[in-house]
Ligand binder design. Structure first.
Ligand SMILES: [Zn+2]
Length: 80
């Protein structure tokens, strides 16, 4: 009996294709949720304002990335 194994293989293949699709990545899924995205944009804006006064964020930006954030504000900006 190979049907069970073939089924598992088919599922694994389907998952692999799904993960290969753009948009599957959880980090970009917010773009597909307009309301949440809007709220997130507002929260991210607040975070960047707070980051202006954060020494760790300034240190992160000193590496050359003007939008860099410290781990705490990065998590906040992502809505965590
Ligand atoms: Zn910070």
């Amino acid at each position: 009996m190979t049907s069970r194994r073939e089924k598992d293989r088919t599922i694994a293949e389907g998952l692999r294709r799904l993960k290969a699709k753009p948009g599957w990545d959880p980090s970009v899924r917010n773009r597909e949720q307009p309301l949440r995205d809007l709220l997130q944009t507002e929260r991210t804006g607040d975070t960047y304002v707070a980051a202006e006064a954060c020494a760790d964020c300034q240190k992160a930006r000193a590496t050359g990335d003007a939008t860099a954030l410290c781990p705490i504000h990065l998590a906040a900006a992502m809505g965590l």
